[in-house]
Design a protein around this ligand. Structure first.
Ligand SMILES: NC(=O)c1ccc[n+]([C@@H]2O[C@H](COP(=O)([O-])OP(=O)(O)OC[C@H]3O[C@@H](n4cnc5c(N)ncnc54)[C@H](O)[C@@H]3O)[C@@H](O)[C@H]2O)c1
Length: 441
């Protein structure tokens, strides 16, 4: 099949590469010429495990190409996937300007049937708006060309995106149109050879499904984070509680880790957007309101522990940070808890040396050159002369470090662990003062 992917970011590039990998001809278009230049010259603008190899392989095979030429991109694919960003608007709603701009471009240039597929996370009713915008453009051109708009929300996780796309749990399709269903069934056939994974529903339900999924996962995290605070007060251990409840098949183990709050490009903005949608319909979503409030507070819990230990004036203090990305195996720092921590440390007068296996360039892009921030090439270098180590991301490489070497590098053998990577008893035996979240010390 010939497919155009509009928006070549985390979702668009992964979708494009995976669809090309099973034999489709894919053209990825983006308005960001820098991204397209990097891709055309054999580079990759984001960090995602396995993506570089997959992109190279499919470019070499002639199945995957990149462009900034909008008109050519509309002519190329019978299927037009919209995978542009939907960042939060000032009022918390999803900003649809990029989605609607993409739709307008399709309407302006289409010269035959198009199946337009919303892959971006968009509020209920967006497919109707995309349809209206395309119709408006066709009308202005005096055309009555057939097209169809379907919803196909994406559930991939950054860090495991290729695996998620190639072996999806489910593929949600929102459409009432038989032709659209057939085209998408054919497109996704290679990804569901062992059993049917397509869940076909009406468009509004598909659009809501994506928000419901992220809202549910965020709820589990906030629930555990609040329980972690209570566990500390009660002398209980949240990690043991997690195992105790996770073993119940009705609950399961996923998304029950207490920590320094959820971040990333999806949970915060999607929870906010769903709350906005509900408020606009005057439907209270009290649980989700609490999920968001709890998460905002949770991003400061480690900062508060640090203040309790050192006081509020950190002038002259220096801290090491391990982990900048909002989670492991990505360079994405959108809404990352590390940013809340770093900015709080700066406000209190401290300086920071940080290390992350993938997000150093992104950190440089966000903060630029500053006297109070040094980025180093190894985790151990970050510790040199620091008053404490603060762990913000659970990268594998941080799980079993050489604690003896760490003690020789740190000024004080002290760790604030926002991801509960270590056992409190073992840390005491190693001679560390250790501040995890919700653990029994
Ligand atoms: N990142 C994730 O893990 C993830 C997972 C599931 C769903 N989503 C959703 O997918 C969508 C995209 O997310 P992302 O993380 O890939 O965003 P991103 O910011 O990484 O990429 C979006 C890209 O779209 C481009 N763009 C904007 N307007 C355009 C236009 N008119 N024509 C062509 N390109 C245009 C931007 O330049 C950018 O490169 C969002 O709605 C997001 O909520 C993201």
């Amino acid at each position: 099949m010939k497919i155009t992917i509009i928006g070549t970011g985390y979702v668009g590039l992964v979708t494009g590469a995976c669809l090309a990998d099973v034999g489709n001809d894919v053209l990825c278009v983006d308005v960001d010429a820098r991204k397209i230049d990097i891709l055309k010259s054999g580079g990759i603008p984001i960090y995602e495990t396995g993506l570089e190899d997959m992109v190279r392989r499919n470019v070499a095979a002639g199945r995957l190409t990149f462009t900034t030429d909008v008109e050519a991109s509309v002519h190329f694919g019978e299927l037009q996937f919209i995978a542009v960003g939907t960042p939060p608007d000032e009022d918390g709603s999803a900003d649809l300007q990029h989605v609607l701009a993409a739709a307008r471009n399709i309407g302006r240039h289409m010269d035959g049937f198009k199946l337009v597929v919303d892959k971006s996370t968009v509020p209920v009713g967006t497919a109707d708006r995309v349809t209206a915008v395309i119709q408006e453009e066709l009308l202005a051109r005096g055309l009555d060309t057939a097209f169809c708009v379907a919803s196909n929300p994406e559930f991939l996780k950054e860090g495991a995106a290729l695996e998620d796309f190639m072996k999806p749990d489910r593929i949600v399709i929102g459409t009432d149109d038989e032709r659209a269903t057939q085209l998408l069934r054919t497109l996704y056939a290679p990804f569901q050879r062992s059993h049917e994974r397509l869940v076909v529903m009406d468009v509004h339900s598909a659009e809501l499904t994506k928000y419901a999924a992220n809202a549910m996962l965020a709820t589990r995290i906030s629930f555990m984070n609040e329980l972690a605070i209570l566990a500390e007060e009660l002398g209980a251990d949240i990690e043991l509680v997690r195992q105790g409840i996770g073993s119940d098949p009705r609950i399961g183990y996923h998304f029950l880790y207490a920590g320094c709050g959820y971040g990333g490009s999806c949970f915060p903005k999607d929870v906010q957007a769903l709350r906005h949608t509900a408020a606009a319909c005057q439907v209270p979503l009290r649980v989700l309101d609490a999920v968001a409030t709890a998460n905002e507070a949770q991003k400061h819990v480690l900062v508060e522990k640090l203040q309790t230990r050192f006081g509020e004036n950190l002038t002259g203090r220096h801290f090491a940070i391990w982990g900048l990305a909002f989670k492991p195996n990505t360079d994405d720092m959108r809404d990352a808890p590390s940013r809340v921590m770093i900015e709080a440390l700066w406000r209190m007068g401290a300086t920071v040396t940080a290390y992350d296996p993938a997000a150093m360039d992104e950190t440089r892009r966000i903060y630029g050159q500053r006297d109070d921030l040094a980025l180093v090439e190894t985790p151990m270098e970050a510790l040199l002369g620091a008053d404490a180590l603060i762990i913000m991301t659970e990268w594998k490489a941080f799980r079993s470090p050489n604690f003896e070497t760490m003690k020789t590098l740190l000024k004080i053998p002290l760790i604030f662990d926002g991801r509960n990577l270590y056992e409190p008893i073992a840390m005491r035996e190693h001679g560390f003062e250790y501040f995890p979240i919700g653990r029994r010390l």
